[in-house]
Design a protein around this ligand. Structure first.
Ligand code: ATP
Ligand code: MG
Length: 398
């Protein structure tokens, strides 16, 4: 018998055609996350197993697994090579005989359809065995103190009691790559998290305007990227764009009420080019319908027109409170509310246009050579590889 961790896939198991690709990626992601432990990872179509775990590592391994997408549930179980039913009954008995409980239920799952008994029969007979051998216990199918779970597979059986929920979603990388527009606000880290959840491996892009924006604002974005790296296979490549010259030019040349619209059109153009540089397929951002002037449907459509790439807005239909709750859950909220100005907030006109006109945008964009300025931004851009593990550096930053 060995004490193991077993992973259940949930939604993943519905991916019939390319299940192997999903599971192989999940295994790689799990291996990477657990590389500092001396454990081994195996999988088949039904379950993933983590074996050879030091007793003192179970808790921290479970916490790590709870940051990996593609995992539905995590259980700590006891694995047996023998499928002999008499032995199985005794194995259960040995595991529970010293436990303090008065009511229980046995729940069995059988992926091995050739087994001599079906799930109902196994549960019933194991239950009867326990009732006979342990005094003062009763079966309670509705509200038991202890649920004894039994799984019968082809080569092994697993008995477990404790389960922990996983994050669900798809293994990072299985659905390709995308570029997250990451500002220092509350919304964009949450948007990034939700895209990662669906299996998209993200890079991030941040537009800064020094000296109008301060180094603190950039460090805040680095700190947020590091939080997202935990979910994104340990790393986020952060592309930093110096936006100062472009922003100042638009400010000088174009009517003030169109500043945000024109600026965001350039942000989208640059994002698309950066995304193509690493063969990404989507742009992700934290826009939410109606939240500010640049996020009316008209604004979004006028801004969106400059790119042909799909722009995914995971929080588009969330209320602010819903976004905040998720930001707290993923631990980005406290960093996001640090009060450093970002490049959008500095040049904000008093009355930004709410329903911008596409023809006016095209007319104003004749007033400056945005293409050259955009190319300059891209040629000079800096890439930071932000890793989840640089905790020390992270503390220095904040
Ligand atoms: P957030 O709270 O995410 O900053 P917001 O409510 O402040 O969003 P905007 O400033 O209009 O809204 O930005 C909308 C989205 O555009 C952001 O969620 C982010 O995805 C992107 N964005 C805005 N500013 C920047 C920036 N400086 N760098 C990168 N992306 C940005
Ligand atoms: Mg913002």
């Amino acid at each position: 018998m060995s004490k193991i961790i077993m992973i259940k896939y949930g939604e993943l198991s519905t991916k019939k055609a390319n299940i192997n690709y999903f599971l192989k990626t999940l295994k790689n992601n799990v291996n990477k996350k657990l590389e500092s432990y001396n454990c081994t990872v195996f999988y088949d179509k039904g379950r993933m197993y983590i074996k050879n775990i030091n007793d003192s590592d179970f808790d921290s391994i479970i916490k790590k697994l709870q940051t990996i997408f593609g995992i539905h549930e995590i259980v700590v179980g006891y694995e047996y090579d023998s499928l002999d039913f008499e032995q199985l009954k005794n194995n259960v008995y040995e595991l529970v005989k010293n436990k303090e409980f008065s009511t229980f239920k046995v729940s069995t799952k059988r992926s091995n359809k050739h087994y001599e008994l079906n799930s109902m029969e196994i549960s019933r007979l194991v239950g009867a065995h326990l009732l006979k051998n342990i005094h003062h216990i009763n079966v309670d199918v509705h509200n038991p103190e202890v649920v004894i779970n039994i799984e019968i597979h082809h080569d092994n059986s697993v008995i477990y009691f404790d389960k922990y929920s996983g994050l669900g979603g798809y293994p990072v990388g299985t659905l390709g790559k995308g570029l997250l527009m990451l500002s220092g606000g509350i919304d964009s880290p949450v948007a990034g998290y939700l895209a990662i959840k669906r299996g998209v491996n993200i890079h991030a892009i941040y537009f800064e305007s020094p000296p109008h924006t301060k180094i603190d604002a950039k460090n805040k974005v680095i700190a947020l990227a590091r939080k997202l790296a935990i979910y994104n296979n340990g790393v986020v490549n952060l592309h930093i764009i110096n936006f100062t010259k472009l922003q100042e030019t638009i400010y000088k040349e174009a009517p003030n009420d169109y500043l945000i619209t024109l600026m965001r059109r350039c942000m989208y153009r640059i994002s698309e080019k950066i995304m193509q540089s690493f063969k990404g397929q989507i742009i992700i951002n934290g826009e939410s319908i109606g939240q500010v002037a640049s996020q009316t449907l008209t604004s979004m459509s006028v801004i969106n027109k400059v790119v042909s790439t799909p722009v995914i807005r995971p929080v588009a239909c969330f209320d602010k409170n819903e976004i905040i709750n998720l930001a707290k859950k993923i631990d980005t909220y406290e960093t996001s509310i640090l009060p450093f100005e970002d490049c959008c907030t500095i040049f904000v006109p008093e009355h930004p246009v709410i329903n911008p006109d596409i023809n006016k945008c095209l007319e104003y964009e004749q007033l400056y050579d945005y293409e050259t300025l955009i190319n300059e931004c891209i040629n000079n851009h800096e890439i930071l590889k932000i890793s989840e593990n640089e905790q020390k550096k992270f503390q220095d930053i904040l």
